[in-house]
Each structure stands twice: as structure tokens, then as C-alpha cells.
Design a binder for this molecule. Structure first.
Ligand code: ZN
Ligand code: ZN
Length: 285
């Protein structure tokens, strides 16, 4: 099983001389495993390059799971090449009560006003799925579990299991407790934190929103983004092997992310990685 990072930035693409090394594309992560179709998390602007790669590989089926439909996670749907391949079927799952509700939500973007394409132009090539919070299901041989996270409008966090390997994708979420409660206050986890700890229990790789530092989080508690110390506290409580800081702020330069990486470089249990566009993590098995 392999996890590749095609977009690691939050909120808005940030190309520029000071974001070259960590990358400026917004959220897109791909899981590949021998004998299984690729499973993609989010279609931020990084999905354009991923789509070209998947077409080159001649994939016939792709599963996409969206955390939510804020534009930094959906923008590249009409630039995701597999959608336009006659021999490829793209299954698109997002938080919604039904397939029809999922389709109608995406149709608010691809309506000929905000983008030249209309959903009807590409919709027949897409199979929509409404993904419920708090349920488990299987796609492409992967076992998937979901949990509602803390973000304006709501997001879904995902756990994906294949054989003995597992990955969690938890972006666009603030802490699951107020600052004076739960892990942030060095107290027992809240009920919501316990749900999250159960979801991520023992995973090999946990990709999680760490967009802010703690002070910025305290200033912007309603924005629905996390910070490194909290992400690590969740991972440690759930005995996660490796945590990946994700959804970097558009204001975080390469030098700032290097400093963040350096600060956490000696940390064990969990090991800490700062997400980098173009990087690949291999999990044996
Ligand atoms: Zn986002
Ligand atoms: Zn968002």
C-alpha cells in the first residue's frame, strides 16, 4: 500500500518562490495498492496532476472520497482526467444524505456560472454516492469508516483499512473539544475525542489538519482547523505510528515548514512528518 501526496495546502493554491519545496496545490491524497483501484481523498488542485498520472496508468476505476465540498477540496473535479476517459468509471463519494443530494451539491459548482462546464456535461461519467457519517462500508476492497469532524458546514474524517495496513485522512477539522476540556486541557478525552481516538486507533499513517499554531487556533476557534500539538496528542492517545501534518496555511513558507519539521524531528510515538507535495509513503503489505 502506498500513500502519495499531490496537494497539501489549505484554503487556496499558493504557487510562489517561497512554497516550491512543500508545494502550493490544495488537498489531494491517493492510496494505491496492488490489485485494487486507486482511492483518492479530495480533489483540490493537486488532483489535476494525479488525474494525468492515473490515465497514464490506464486505470479503469477510481474511488474518490471528499472530506467536504469547500472549493479547495473540489476545484479540480473538472480537471481530473479520469472523468473524461470513456473506459474509466469514477465513483465520487461525499458527505450527503443520498446520491441525488451529492450530485446536486456538486451541481452548484458545475452550473455554467462558476465554471464553464455543467455537471450534465460530465455527470454521466460519474457515479455519485452520499457518504454517511459514523458508518462503515467497503469500496474496491478497502474497508472504510467515517466520522463527523469539526468544521463550518461539517466534514468527514476517514479511516481506510486494507489487510493489516490502515490510513486515516482527517482534514479541515478543529479540535473536538473546547480549549478548557479534554486533551487540550490535559484532562480525560471528551466523548467526541474518544470517538476520534477509536477511529484512528493503531493506524499506520494519520494525515491530519495542523494548519494553525496554537495561538492562531485560539484566535480562530470557529474556523475549523487544528494545530500540531493537538494532532500529536490525538495520535499519541490512539497509538498511531506516524502522523502527517496537513492542510498547510497559505501563509506558511517553505522555511516556516522546515522549522516546523525540525521542531518535531526527534518526536517518537508518533513519528511526525510535515506533508510535502510529491512525496510518497510506502506501507509494506
Ligand atoms: Zn480546506
Ligand atoms: Zn473547509
Amino acid at each position: 500500500m502506498q500513500v502519495s501526496f499531490w496537494g497539501v495546502r489549505g484554503s487556496i493554491p499558493t504557487s510562489g518562490f517561497d512554497t516550491i519545496r512543500y508545494g502550493g496545490h490544495t488537498s489531494c491524497v491517493c492510496i494505491e495498492a496492488e490489485g485494487h483501484p486507486p482511492l483518492v481523498f479530495d480533489l483540490g488542485t493537486g488532483a489535476r496532476a494525479l488525474g494525468r498520472y492515473l490515465v497514464q496508468k490506464d486505470v479503469e476505476k477510481v474511488y474518490v472520497l471528499l472530506s467536504h465540498t469547500h472549493m479547495d477540496h473540489l476545484y479540480a473535479l473538472p480537471y481530473f482526467a479520469p472523468v473524461f476517459q470513456p473506459n474509466c468509471r469514477v465513483h465520487l463519494g461525499l458527505p450527503a444524505e443520498s446520491a441525488e443530494a451529492a450530485r446536486s451539491r456538486v451541481g452548484q459548482y458545475l452550473n455554467g456560472v462558476f465554471h464553464p462546464l455543467r455537471l450534465d456535461d460530465i455527470g454521466s461519467r460519474l457515479a455519485f454516492h452520499g457518504v454517511p457519517a459514523g458508518e462503515e462500508f467497503s469500496v474496491g476492497g478497502y474497508q472504510v469508516a467515517t466520522l463527523r469532524m469539526v468544521h463550518p458546514g461539517g466534514t468527514l474524517g476517514y479511516r481506510v483499512q486494507l489487510g493489516g495496513r490502515s490510513v486515516c485522512y482527517l482534514t479541515d477539522t478543529g479540535p473536538l473539544a473546547k480549549p478548557d476540556e479534554g486533551l487540550m486541557a490535559n484532562k480525560a478525552p471528551t466523548a467526541m475525542e474518544l470517538d476520534l481516538i477509536a477511529l484512528v486507533q493503531g493506524v499506520d499513517i494519520m494525515v491530519m489538519d495542523a494548519m494553525f499554531d496554537e495561538d492562531e487556533y485560539l484566535d480562530k476557534q470557529k474556523w475549523g482547523h487544528g494545530f500540531p500539538e493537538y494532532t500529536v496528542a490525538i495520535a499519541a492517545a490512539a497509538k498511531v505510528s506516524t502522523v502527517v501534518f496537513f492542510h498547510h496555511s497559505p501563509d506558511s513558507t517553505d522555511d516556516m515548514l522546515d522549522a516546523l519539521s525540525q521542531k518535531w524531528s526527534a518526536h517518537q510515538s508518533p513519528r511526525v512528518v510535515v506533508a510535502k507535495e510529491g512525496s510518497v509513503m510506502d506501507l509494506e503489505g
